[in-house]
Design a protein around this ligand. Structure first.
Ligand code: NDP
Length: 312
């Protein structure tokens, strides 16, 4: 059993930013990367909206920079998963997948969220090679300005992203699998009244056309069975995200979709000494820069907690 003052779980912008702050505060953090070191940004290509990179940067390269910066101040980065936690006592227990037991005075959770995908082979291929399939309009919409695009989904995210894309693109095809939207009333009105957004009700994507880049999509009307093709250069998948918080079920307060609940204006969870940051607790903004901001908050909250308890 190993005693650690501050364990950070997750290696996206939130986790590494928490590590930079915690390490510089002398807390000697240990960061467990999880199964996808670098997080969601390692499956994107160009990042153009992260301040400080005037020429943009590739997502995986940016996460390497984050890691190096965290390590420079002494963060112990471990390429392993945390598999189990026990938050019942004042000292928090964690177990890695190899069975290593840890007692942590403070824990920062930055386990992120994962975009849900349709599950088509073409979708995976074109999303991982920057071929025009994306799960984030705010991140990638800019690359499609002046082009016709499609978005799939009918929730608030899809409605918000369709509205965002309509500012950049001449036409946005919104594909909804039912005959109504799940999005809030106000967002529904916004998309339906936007003349650049064309609604396709009861419509599902059966294939994405294009070898290296998106050239179009094949769709089917699930009521009539009618098949058609829509020529688009980009496809945005906005069918929901799943926060990676299953590990904390039964210990931490979460909403009905699994997002961790923090005390407003802080990173504090319902358990003393356990803090949450990044997409695991944010279903609204979900940007690298907001995740980094909440990672900073979590490290500052953890440091203050450890100081108050006389643990550092
Ligand atoms: P939701 O789960 O709310 O919506 C997902 C949408 O995708 C639904 O329309 C669903 O259809 C559709 N869908 C799911 N799977 C498929 C599939 N395989 N093929 C086609 N369509 C599919 O996710 P969101 O990300 O939109 O929102 C998550 C939460 O975050 C919500 O509570 C939302 O209100 C909130 N949110 C709030 C925002 C804000 O306040 N500004 C912004 C964004 C999100 P169906 O309806 O048929 O199930």
């Amino acid at each position: 059993m190993e005693k650690i003052k501050c364990v950070i779980i997750g290696s996206g912008p939130a986790g590494y930013t928490a590590a930079v702050y915690a390490a510089r505060a002398g807390v000697a953090p240990v960061l467990y990367t999880g199964s996808q070191p670098g997080g969601q940004l390692t499956i994107t290509t160009d990042v153009e909206n992260y301040p400080g990179y005037p020429d943009g940067i590739m997502g995986p390269e940016m996460m390497e920079d984050f890691r190096k910066q965290a390590e420079r101040f002494g963060t112990d980065v471990r390429y392993e998963m945390i598999e189990k936690v026990d938050f019942s006592g004042p000292v928090h227990k964690l177990w890695t997948e190899s069975g290593h037991e840890i007692e942590a005075d403070s824990v920062i959770i930055s386990t992120g969220a994962s975009a849900k995908w349709l599950g088509l082979e073409s979708e995976h291929r074109l999303a991982t090679t920057g071929g025009g399939v994306s799960a984030c309009a705010v991140c990638d919409g800019f690359f499609f300005r002046g082009m016709e695009v499609a978005i799939v989904g009918g929730g608030d995210t899809a409605a918000e992203e369709a509205t965002y894309l309509a500012k950049l693109c001449p036409k946005v095809h919104m594909l909804v699998r039912r005959d109504e939207l799940r999005a809030s009333k106000i967002m529904q009105e916004r998309v339906i009244n936007n003349e650049k957004i064309q609604m396709h009700w009861n419509t599902e994507i059966t294939e994405i056309i294009g070898d290296k880049v998106v050239e179009g999509i094949e769709v089917v009307n699930n009521k009539t069975g009618e098949k058609s093709t829509i020529a688009v250069k980009g496809l945005f998948v906005a069918i929901g995200h799943k926060p990676n918080t299953d590990l904390f079920k039964g210990w931490l307060d979460m909403d009905d979709t699994g997002y961790l609940i923090t005390k407003p204006g802080t990173s504090k969870t319902n358990i003393e000494g356990v803090f949450a940051s990044g997409d695991a607790q944010d279903k609204v903004y979900r940007q690298a820069v907001t995740a980094a901001g909440t990672g900073c908050m979590a490290a500052l909250d953890a440091e203050r907690y450890l100081t108050e308890k006389g643990l550092i």
